[in-house]
Design a protein around this ligand. Structure first.
Ligand SMILES: [Zn+2]
Length: 143
């Protein structure tokens, strides 16, 4: 959740990185009912700064689930694991698409998928349309 005003120019830079798609669930903004938001990857309350490297475009749902969290409990190991950090972590090292499902390749991804409910039913229903839109071609570029 962002408390600090993010200048339009900075928002554009961050949004462009994922071509206006949510950096977590991959939803293109044009498919969303409300505008995507700017997420502080490391929340301000933990000392995260309002700079491009610490910001990510996130849909309303992902930003709400994530809140100011930077870690959670891995549903498998029950260890505390940090969350996926868009812009710092390489997407392809942590996730793989299997049909519409985001398959976690790391404990970091598993914990993020769980906390942000990245594979909840309606997302699995909608994601094929996001993929078919070709708006996710940035995944290949960014990864
Ligand atoms: Zn999202």
């Amino acid at each position: 959740m962002s408390k600090t005003y993010v200048p339009a120019q900075l928002r554009r830079v961050v949004a462009e990185r994922t071509k206006n798609c949510c950096a977590y669930c991959l939803q293109p903004e044009v498919f969303a009912f409300c505008s995507h938001e700017i997420d502080h990857v490391i929340a301000e309350k933990h000392g995260g700064e309002t700079v491009a490297g610490n910001l990510a475009l996130a849909c309303k749902l992902c930003n709400t689930y994530k809140g100011s969290d930077i870690a959670s409990v891995d549903p498998e190991s029950r260890e505390i694991v940090r969350l996926y950090q868009p812009g710092r972590d390489r997407w392809s090292e942590h996730f793989r698409l299997e049909g519409a499902e985001l398959v976690p390749l790391s404990a970091i991804a598993r914990t993020t998928v769980w906390l942000l409910e990245l594979n909840r039913a309606e997302r699995l229903e909608e994601r094929p349309f996001w993929l078919a839109s070709r708006l996710l071609s940035w995944l290949e570029e960014v990864v």
